[in-house]
Ligand binder design. Structure first.
Ligand code: MRU
Length: 345
């Protein structure tokens, strides 16, 4: 399958995830504003893919101002604009901050564009490699026969390829394990029923969709062996922001004594935040809840909550699966150590 994010003819081609699986439509970004819009409007989504898109958005920003006499100032402002496209996934600012220091050190905007294109392509390639490594690391947590519940879409579509939570699931399937997946529907954007179910069924991995409100009943019936989700931002103490509903799953898994794991690259860990209370939570338009396929499904006079993420406390997380191995509680220590080791390596 063609990748869902492709740099081609000086443009960024993106598979429009809003219409999957019904329609395969592509959009092209020709400026950094297009890239910011693609992130904001959920054409691309998922923390690592948002980061990769932002990296290419920087390339477009350098191109946008290549003939501007104050290109350094304009490009710096463009990067700040891009970094505000969505607030919760830290991979967005992570990718941009990989780029920003070059503004001061590179001699012209055209050279900067070339330097950043190389970097963006490397970030894209590395992201898929990280997912594959992380998948292998997490696979050993999965029994030979297991039903795994996952929430939202932390798959190939949410990354440069292979996925984080779905990376672990794919690796377990590839290792010959008998894996079944329960994909939470994930209202209101339906990343589970539209994207996760689509990806897994294309790979021949058995998957069944569950309404978001059925997790407790499924767990009580003994139908869930473990829960694995992705993450949008992990604080230094292990508290983890992910798609709204993840907190409920973590509480339920604890109640029913079911292992609950997070799978995420190290770029999703934000050590500048001491706890999950500091993670900014995106609030999206109530219309995403109030309308279905452009048809209003609620009374005209009633509004809706639409927090896009919640935070699962570290105390409910049995392990954080990363490309450097599985982090275990206490997370403040295991997170500090993994970064220390990564720097030493
Ligand atoms: O609003 P979304 O679709 O961007 O939310 C995505 C998630 O919550 C994912 O679980 C998370 O970004 C991890 S993706 C590997």
């Amino acid at each position: 399958m063609e990748s869902h994010i492709v740099w081609q003819n000086d443009r960024l081609r993106l598979l429009d995830q809003r219409f999957l699986p019904e329609k395969t439509a592509w959009i092209e970004c020709v400026s950094h504003k297009d890239a910011a819009w693609a992130i904001k409007s959920m054409i691309v989504r998922g923390a690592p893919l948002i980061g990769v898109t932002a990296a290419f958005g920087c390339v477009l920003a350098a191109d946008d101002y290549k003939d501007d006499p104050v290109w350094r100032r304009k490009i710096d402002a463009a990067l700040t604009f891009l970094s505000k496209a969505r607030p919760t996934a830290v991979n967005l600012s992570w990718a941009i901050e990989q780029m920003r220091p070059d503004i001061a050190s590179v001699a012209s905007a055209s050279l900067l564009r070339d330097v950043w294109l190389e970097k963006a392509l490397a970030i894209q390639k590395k992201d898929e490699e990280i997912c594959r490594t992380l998948g292998k690391a997490g696979e050993r947590l999965v029994p030979g026969k297991a039903t795994i519940l996952t929430h939202c879409n932390a798959g190939a579509l949410a990354t440069a390829g292979y996925g984080t939570a779905l990376g672990v699931i794919r690796a377990a399937h590839e290792a010959g394990k008998d894996i079944r997946v329960i994909a939470d529907e994930t209202r209101p954007f339906n990343q589970g029923s539209r994207l996760t179910a689509w990806e897994l069924s294309q790979d021949g991995i058995p998957v069944k969709i569950a309404c978001d409100n059925s997790a407790a009943a499924l767990m009580k019936k003994g139908l869930v062996d473990l829960v694995i989700t992705g993450a949008d931002r992990i604080a230094a103490n292990g508290d983890t922001a992910n798609k709204i509903g993840t907190l409920g799953l973590a509480i339920l898994a604890d109640y029913y004594d079911i292992p609950f794991y997070i799978a995420a690259p190290l770029s999703t860990i934000d050590r500048s935040l001491s706890s999950g209370d500091e993670i900014p939570i995106e609030e999206r338009s109530p219309d995403e809840v109030l309308f279905l396929n452009d048809k209003r499904i609620a009374p005209d006079e009633v509004s809706a909550f639409n927090f896009a993420f919640d935070v699962a406390p570290a105390s409910l997380i049995d392990g954080i699966i990363t490309e450097k191995g599985i982090l275990r509680p206490p997370y403040d220590a295991s997170i500090a150590n993994i970064f220390k080791d990564s720097l030493d390596a």
